[in-house]
Design a protein around this ligand. Structure first.
Ligand code: DGJ
Length: 522
């Protein structure tokens, strides 16, 4: 059983954050943030991710104004949602858009990255001490303010330090300070961390280059280009660790970094290695995972020294896979405001996204209890990696074989219940791709199902011989099948019992039924 380090805590207990991230400009004031809060509730999310801007909180050097932060706290408490605040400062998507004007206009003091042609970029140099000091000071003030305003209520459960730190337009910083760093001895901290980890692409490259214990970057890593990227990434990550350290010194709250899954220059796994080794004051490094090779990204970031969190995704059905197979401890999709139309209704094209968050939120207590035990199974219709288009799936469960069927059954009598027939005429196309969710086997005879448009048949393994010859055997029997939800105390509350015809044709789910609890009878 995997030991899962829970970073998010509320009232001393592990917490599973799930919801949306606001658009970039929504944190400036409460008029802008209102839609993000409203939609977080509509979505059944429990937490909102929203930015705080250095340029706004320190408009004049040394003069701080946290009115916008206070407005976020007030709204979050009114809506009863938690907050993860994103510190947009030295880096925001590989540039410096969110630093104050007094930083933007003083490149002599706050040095810029210089590219290989000698051009200054719209990006601050990680080698500039003045910028690190200024960002750290502002972040520490922000943390101090949070401590005074929120350490009793804990509305804010974590802080993201910077946003997608990187350099747009250059492989590294060729400024005089950057060149000095490149030619200086590789920091012993880097070498020690690499040796301790003892695997992975950076370690392998070092081995191939002769495993030198000391020397400049190009001496330890034979290929100059890679040595340059590694040095550059290390410098950025160390800078961010410095900012995090300054914040943690005043307010000890979980902190993380979100990485851009950019493939240019540096391999994703190498970037992860460097960031992880360089940032002891940061609790976790999470991918902004929009990639097609979703599972590869999960495998790279879900490692023993890094709790696996996805601060930004598109929220597709792969989230269930990350929860079940990679012990994901929380996730957010970007642009929570977009789920509603101007009249406040959920846009049809956002419905599946909303449903997935709703289904995840309905079983967070079970996720906290059963992740890492092998009892959580993702139900996904299309496995993009396998290009698998099966209309059914087989699950190997404790004491049972589960057969998952997607979509509607042909005969109307075999469809779902009367509430779910509306609009499902015989000619209506059945969207089987909508089928996804989670199946949690709490004990041999106790199952919890959430999701959309699938139905589960449970065959006791004692029927195995028949199962192997034909799937037309009778599924197992039930003591009870109930729709319901978990209350504040973690008790399952029954809303509606299913029996008779309603359980003879499989255990189907839709997001609006809540959680389906199934107690089987041997
Ligand atoms: C990733 C960034 O982290 C977000 O702030 C936002 O810019 C999105 N990309 C836009 O898709």
């Amino acid at each position: 059983m995997a030991d899962i380090k829970r970073i998010f805590m509320v009232e001393g207990k592990p917490f599973y954050p799930v919801g949306g991230e606001s658009y970039n400009s929504s944190g400036y004031n409460d008029r802008e943030s209102e839609a993000a809060f409203k939609n977080t509730k509509l979505l059944h999310g429990n937490t909102l991710e929203i930015p705080v801007y250095w340029e706004q909180v320190e408009p004049k050097e040394g003069t701080f104004d946290f009115t916008s932060v206070d407005a976020l706290l007030v709204s979050a408490r009114r809506y009863n949602v938690k907050l993860i605040l994103l510190w947009f400062a030295t880096w925001k998507n590989g540039n410096m858009d969110y630093v104050p004007a007094w930083v933007k206009t003083n490149p002599q003091r706050f040095k810029r990255v210089i590219d290989a042609h000698g051009e200054g970029l719209w990006n601050l140099s990680a080698h500039c001490k003045a910028t690190l000091e200024a960002d750290s000071k502002a972040f520490a003030e922000f943390c101090k303010h949070l401590k005074t305003q929120d350490s009793a209520e804990h509305t804010v459960i974590a802080l993201q330090v910077e946003n997608e730190p990187d350099i747009i337009g250059s492989d590294r910083d060729y400024s005089p300070e950057g060149e000095v760093a490149f030619k200086s001895p590789v920091p012993p901290m880097f070498i020690a961390a690499m040796k301790k980890y003892g695997k992975g692409p950076v370690y392998n490259m070092w081995q191939k280059s002769g495993s030198k214990e000391s020397g400049a970057w190009p001496e330890l890593f034979a290929r100059a280009a890679e040595a340059g990227y590694l040095m550059c990434t290390w410098s950025i990550a160390r800078y961010i660790d410095g900012v995090a350290e300054a914040g943690k010194a005043v307010y000890n709250i979980p902190m993380f970094i979100n990485l851009w899954m950019k493939q240019e220059f540096l391999d994703t796994e190498m970037r992860m290695d460097i960031f992880r080794w360089a940032t002891p004051h940061v609790d976790m490094i999470g991918p902004d995972n929009y990639r097609q090779d979703f599972e590869t990204i999960c495998a790279i970031h879900a490692r023993d020294d890094n709790p696996f969190f996805m601060p930004e995704t598109n929220g597709d059905q792969n989230m269930f896979l990350a929860i079940a197979d990679y012990n994901l401890i929380g996730y957010f999709f970007y642009g929570v405001e977009r789920i509603t139309a101007t009249d406040g209704s959920i846009r049809p094209e956002s419905q599946m996204l909303v449903d997935r968050v709703r289904c995840t939120a309905a079983v967070v207590l079970l996720l906290l209890k059963f992740q890492g035990t092998g009892k959580i199974h993702a139900v996904i219709h299309q496995n993009q990696l396998m290009q698998d288009q099966l209309s059914s799936r087989r699950l190997d469960l404790d004491g049972y074989v589960g057969l998952v069927e997607f979509g509607e059954r042909k005969a109307p009598s075999l469809r779902k219940d009367w509430r779910h027939r509306v609009g499902v005429g015989p000619t209506e196309p059945t969207n089987i791709n909508r089928g996804n969710g989670l199946i949690i086997q709490a004990s041999r005879n106790e199952f919890y199902l959430v999701g959309a448009n699938y139905r589960l048949f449970l065959y006791p393994k004692s029927y195995l011989a028949q199962i192997q010859t034909s799937l037309l055997v009778t599924p197992g029997h039930f003591i009870s099948v109930d729709e319901g939800y978990f209350d504040q105390n973690g008790e399952f509350v029954v809303d509606r019992r299913r029996n008779g015809d309603d359980i003879s044709f499989g255990l189907w789910v839709e997001p609006d039924i809540g959680v389906l609890r199934v107690i089987t009878c041997d």
